[in-house]
Design a protein around this ligand. Structure first.
Ligand code: NAP
Length: 451
């Protein structure tokens, strides 16, 4: 793992935050000024008094070289380290540079200037230092971390950066993430292909997505999957986005190549493969979609791209259903209608539906709400398919009711496995035998008849 290098004005929190981070992660913490003092056997004020600032900077550069030989340390730099390009290039080679950007008023409140020769007895000095150094702090930083004085938040953010730097090979990010089946599926896929590769669960809270992405660019991660709530938010942080991902407005797979991040969406094709596997390709079908979020958007667009006959979007907020229907119509030319599910519109749409897709979290484990009324299912033709994108529980109340009515039903597991295998093709940059791997993964991990 590379180093975490903290830069910022004196009093920006580098030492406090560095020590907190060290406690939380177990990574050793070093303070560059302490290292200079140790090596010269003088205090910083004494160094300035005896050899001046120029002499101090020389010792500083020597210390930077010594510390850069380490791996996996947290290093708080002196406030002026940043002004020397050679220092920063050395630190950046194997370090993630974090600029702790703390407002001057906050710094002034708590700063002890007794051991800071450049600030002692000069009320304006901090303002001058900030004006001199601000551009350098910004231009050398891999990430600018606002420290408003609440060091705990800054430390939490840095912990997420450490997760990215420690991760090897692949992983999945989201929040919450504990429930994700992705590690199980990807590890099984790597195993089946005799590939030795790690795949980690990485909890990335919403606020920490930016620092995570900055850290990934300097990490050993080769790629990662993206789940809620980051599928849309991550898009502007990537260097390139595939056509499908752009169309869906969502990314679920990212690969890192030569420091550049490429985003893809495999949900859209994964859904289509799952429906085809169960004998319901989208072509020429009438599709009713419940929900108007990310998964609904993927389903609506794929229906259009695969020449389904028409889509009906039903959402609790009819204006969102209208917007999605219009977007899919504009993007793919498919005929779209819309409504909500509190009146007769949904039941009416069901009469002419071949595939009903639930793209809401209603019925999912851990979600208290469920469909208040599923009577619309009874209006589906007998040969219609009910596809619930939820895979936990394996049978949602919606699927249970469909089964009671004698309708065919599938849950979201097939889509999940297919989107993961399509992501594997992107990770490995080659075609893989998806049908055979699907069978192996399903049989070994998810076939209830086996256990
Ligand atoms: P999303 O973007 O948050 O969209 C959720 C949709 O459900 C929105 O239209 C939302 O309406 C609606 N909704 C949420 N709570 C509702 C409630 N109480 N009553 C009525 N409508 C409600 O989420 P998503 O990414 O599309 O995911 C939707 C579902 O698909 C989730 O269950 C997810 O696990 C599943 N999924 C499965 C796979 C797979 O591979 N199997 C892949 C992706 C997603 P508002 O906009 O009004 O909030």
């Amino acid at each position: 793992m590379i180093n975490i290098v903290l830069t910022g004005l004196p009093g920006s929190g580098k030492t406090t935050i560095g020590k907190q981070l060290s406690q939380k992660t177990g990574l050793p913490f070093f303070d560059l000024d302490d290292e200079i003092e140790k090596a010269s056997s003088m205090t910083i004020p004494n160094i300035f008094a005896s050899i001046g600032e120029k002499g101090f900077r020389r010792l500083e550069t020597e210390a930077v070289h010594r510390m850069s030989a380490h791996r996996g340390i947290i290093l708080a730099t002196g406030g002026g380290t940043i002004m020397n390009n050679e220092n920063m290039a050395t630190l950046s080679q194997n370090g993630l540079i974090i600029f702790l950007d703390r407002p001057l008023e906050e710094i002034n409140k708590n700063l002890d200037t007794s051991c800071r020769p450049l600030l002692k007895d000069d009320a304006e000095a901090l303002i001058r230092l900030n004006a001199e150094r601000c551009d350098s702090y910004l231009s050398t930083a891999d990430y600018v971390l606002r420290n408003m004085g609440t060091t705990y938040n800054a430390t939490e953010m840095l912990e997420v950066a450490c997760l990215a730097l420690k991760a090897s090979d692949y992983g999945v990010i989201g929040d919450p993430i504990g429930h994700s089946l992705s590690p199980k599926i990807h590890k099984a896929a790597f195993n089946a292909q005799s590939i030795e590769s790690g795949y980690d669960l990485i909890r990335v809270p919403k606020e920490a997505l930016g620092i995570f992405v900055a850290a990934v660019k300097k990490s050993d991660l080769k790629g990662f999957n993206v789940t809620a709530p980051h599928k849309k938010a991550i898009m502007p942080m990537l260097d390139e986005i595939s056509h499908d991902a752009g169309l869906c407005g969502a990314v679920n797979t990212v690969v890192l190549q030569k420091g550049r991040l490429y985003g893809y969406n495999t949900d859209i094709e994964g859904l289509s493969m799952a429906l085809s596997q169960f004998g319901y390709p989208l072509r020429n079908k009438n599709i009713t979609i419940l929900g108007a979020g990310g998964a609904a958007r993927a389903a609506a667009l794929k229906s259009g791209l695969e020449n389904a006959k028409g889509i009906h979007i039903a959402a609790r907020d009819a204006s969102k259903a209208e917007a999605l229907s219009a977007y899919a119509e504009g993007a793919t030319g498919i005929r779209g209608t819309f409504g909500n599910w509190e009146n007769d519109q949904l039941a009416k749409a069901c009469e002419n539906t071949d595939i009903l897709i639930n793209a809401t979290p209603l019925g999912m484990s851990g979600i208290k709400e469920d469909f208040p009324d599923t009577s619309f299912l009874a209006r589906l033709p007998r040969e219609a398919l009910v596809c619930d994108l939820i895979y936990s529980p394996p049978e949602t109340p919606l699927l249970k009711e469909a089964r009671r009515l004698g309708l065919k039903g599938i849950n979201g597991l097939s889509m999940l496995i297919y989107q993961a295998l399509l992501a594997q093709e992107i990770f490995l940059d080659r075609k893989i035998d998806i049908p055979s791997l699907y069978k192996t993964i399903f049989e070994q991990n998810f076939n209830p008849k086996r256990s």
